[in-house]
Ligand binder design. Structure first.
Ligand code: GLV
Ligand code: MN
Ligand code: MN
Length: 433
């Protein structure tokens, strides 16, 4: 069954007003619309989001992992629920659309469903997942990870730059870390029927092709690196250049090696160094301990699986030239995750039925959808980002594009509500590109 949602009324200025309303919450003194996880501005903004969910007619609660969950009751509440949503935290210096469109757009989709008189068979859960952006603890998607039963005690013991644990950050934010560890989330009998997320593309492809919608094929895997370089401290004015063990120079070589790795990646592979820390604050000491934070991403599993060994060899060889020791510590933030073929097909059908052109597209950004895919067939709908920009204040998506995305979201949810998935695994290695 499908309802003609495209005739169900205008996407109103209220969605624009809501995006503007949420953007009022940002951290003073930081660039852009900064609303990082655990910050005061984020805490304040979530009370506002909770109120918006209530105003949309949803029954709202905050779960043990800090996620805000709004429920639109279906005819058969015993049936596995449909889930949609995204996140409302931002990176430092971030914009107004990343994640926000998936949460506030879902509330608009709820309004479209109501106005079209559509009552779903299943409950529809709209989620504002806690802390999707990677944070000072080096972990993304806190809320969706917890719902998928993937958050571990080792994760809670992670520390930020000041030595504070993730567990302490949760506690300060009003989330009990011990309850969090025993939280079963949506595993077992609570597994949802399907998960669908609307998100801005955050890259240039849709705009370049003049297409309003992308249907995600796969989400990039992410390997994160913390590399420590150890040399010898000495006087920066007197130690001869040919007799130094300068940890900063070895780290700088590693920055270039990581860039080369990214440049040699297949399509949709990238590698970035995001932070260098010198343990000494003195401007006149040869650096002896430098820490580098980086990440490598690709939707090509075979290439990504080789990145650790390639970079280990290259970084060690370059560090040895400066007689510096390099110690590399890797973690997988997430492996490559494929969207469900059936969800892709239903979203494509919904777009095509409304006369909306679309293309299949891989995601170079990570999303809560990665973790929801462990629970249920998963799909994502992308809409264009102006100039392909994201994670910066210039991030922008035009209202018309958001409205189109919301319509495709709403119609795909209706189709998913009725869809019977086969019992075979919900993803097959269809091409990701
Ligand atoms: C989140 O936006 C990420 O891709 O890291
Ligand atoms: Mn996002
Ligand atoms: Mn982001």
């Amino acid at each position: 069954m499908s309802v003609p949602l495209s005739d169900a009324g205008e996407i109103t200025g209220s969605l624009n007003a809501a995006i503007a309303g949420l953007s009022e919450f940002h951290t003073p003194g930081r660039q852009g619309w900064t609303r990082e996880v655990f910050s005061e501005s984020y805490l304040d903004s979530r009370r506002w989001v909770q109120a918006q969910m209530g105003a949309a007619g949803l029954e709202v609660h905050r779960d043990a992992a800090g996620n805000l969950v709004g429920r639109l009751a279906g005819r058969n509440p015993a049936a596995p629920a449909l889930v949609t949503g995204s996140h409302t935290d931002t990176v430092d210096g971030g914009g107004r659309f990343d994640g926000v469109v998936g949460v506030l757009g879902a509330l608009e989709a709820v309004r479209l469903l109501r106005e079209s008189g559509t009552v779903l068979e299943r409950d529809l859960l709209v989620v504002d997942f806690l802390g999707e952006e990677s944070n000072a603890f080096g972990l993304s998607c806190l809320g969706s990870r917890a719902l998928a039963g993937e958050l571990t005690a080792a994760d809670l013991a992670r520390t930020d730059y000041s030595g504070k644990t993730l567990a302490a950050a949760y506690a300060d934010f009003g989330v009990d870390p011990s309850a969090l560890l025993s939280f079963a989330g949506w595993t077992g009998k609570r597994r949802p029927h399907a998960y669908l997320e609307l998100h801005v593309e955050q890259g240039p492809t849709l705009e370049a092709r003049g297409l309003p919608v992308g249907i995600v094929t796969a989400i990039t895997g992410i390997e994160r690196l913390v590399a420590s370089f150890t040399g010898t401290p000495d006087h920066a004015g007197t130690r001869p250049m040919d007799d130094r063990r300068d940890a900063m120079v070895a780290a700088a070589e590693a920055v270039l090696a990581i860039r080369s790795e990214g440049c040699g990646a297949p399509e949709h592979g990238v590698a970035t160094v995001t932070r260098l820390e010198n343990a000494s604050r003195s401007p006149n000491v040869v650096p002896s301990l430098v820490r580098l934070h980086g990440e490598v991403r690709s939707v090509d599993e075979s290439w990504l699986s080789g990145t650790r060994s390639r970079l280990a060899a290259e970084i060690a060889a370059r560090a040895a030239e400066y007689d510096v020791e390099a110690d590399l510590s890797w973690s997988t933030d997430n492996t490559v995750v494929r969207a469900s073929d059936s969800v892709q097909d239903l979203a494509g059908d919904a777009a095509s039925a409304a006369g909306i052109d679309w293309m299949p597209i891989p995601s170079g950004a990570t999303h809560d959808a990665v973790h929801m895919a462990a629970l249920a067939p998963m799909g994502m709908i992308f809409i264009p980002s102006a100039n392909g920009k994201s994670h910066c204040p210039e991030e922008f998506t035009a209202t018309d594009h958001i409205a189109t995305g919301v319509r495709v979201l709403a119609d795909t949810l209706v189709r998913l509500d009725q869809h019977k998935f086969s019992t075979t695994p919900h993803t097959t290695p269809r091409s990701t590109l």
